[in-house]
Design a protein around this ligand. Sequence first.
Ligand code: FA5
Length: 340
Amino acid sequence: MQSKISEVKEQFEKELSQTDLSDEQAVENLRLKYLGKKGLLTDLLKGMGTLSAEEKPLFGKLVNELKAEVTDAIENAKEKASEAAMGKKLIASRLDISLPGEGYKHGSTHPLYDIREEVIDFFANMGFHVDLGRDIETDWYNFEALNTPKDHPSRDMQDTFYLSQNAMLRTHTSGTQIHYMEAHKPPIRMVALGHVFRVDADATHAPMFQQCEGLVVDETITFAQLKGMMALFAKKFFGENAKTRFRPSFFPFTEPSAELDVSCVFCDGKGCRRCKGTGWMEIGGCGSVDPAVFENVSIDSEKYTGFAFGFGLDRIAMLRHHIPEISLLTSNDQRFLEQF
Ligand code: FA5
């Protein structure tokens, strides 16, 4: 029987030396073959039943010694196999620190937001109060109080987004003039910025755009002061060399009225599709406040005079950044926005 023990021992040592110690499964198979329930060492112990009472203790001792030896050897082999497996894993997932990093994308403010902030700064520095107004107006604030006759084309369903007979998405920020004059007595210096809506769409016209409304009312306000301020505004936003012109125009709520044009940045004033061949791009309307408007808000038109203006912020952004299509400003296309 003792020779049987030696045989098993030799066999184990031989198989251990042939086992790939970096292979955890191979080591586990070896353990099962010798120490498992049906393993060779368990078989040896089972064979003890056939031995005499004298032989049993020695045999048991030798088998247990071999079992301890095999257990130790398997434990060692397992440790080595697990280290080898970890090593393989680390090599497979090793970082190549010489590769270029992925970097982070930086967000930036929207060009319209920047223009808006600059406009606010410009007027706030001159002592204007900044207001926002509301997107929805009634007929009174959007048209009636602004002296707009019932048959004026801008009241048409084709131009205005009506919400009901008396409510609409405001078509301009000029209604803020009325709200402000109802709530404040002269002297007034206010600027209001916000979205406006019109049934309008081409390269330079959008159905939703932003305007900046200005209103100055006091006892000695003149059209010359308006011209001076508009020229200053144009220089600030388009540079000292930007050409500007005042073009006589008509608005029901200002008299006299004018449009402020800036030389077209796309064709340098030569005339192109975007400026409709004129060489100029309109950025806003302006004029002296019509006395009829003052009467509507109970301001004495004999005592007070004023001027008002309304610029398109999208147009200013287009001119400033040479943006060819107004819709790019609101399309949320990252390829476009990344340029700012
Ligand atoms: C007005 O809206 C007047 N309320 C401006 C005003 C205010 C005049 C105070 C007198 C006193 P107008 O419709 O021209 O005027 O629009 C003013 C500016 O808004 C235009 O010069 C242009 O820059 C811009 N604008 C007009 N329509 C659009 C549009 N569909 N898309 C983008 N910008 C527009």
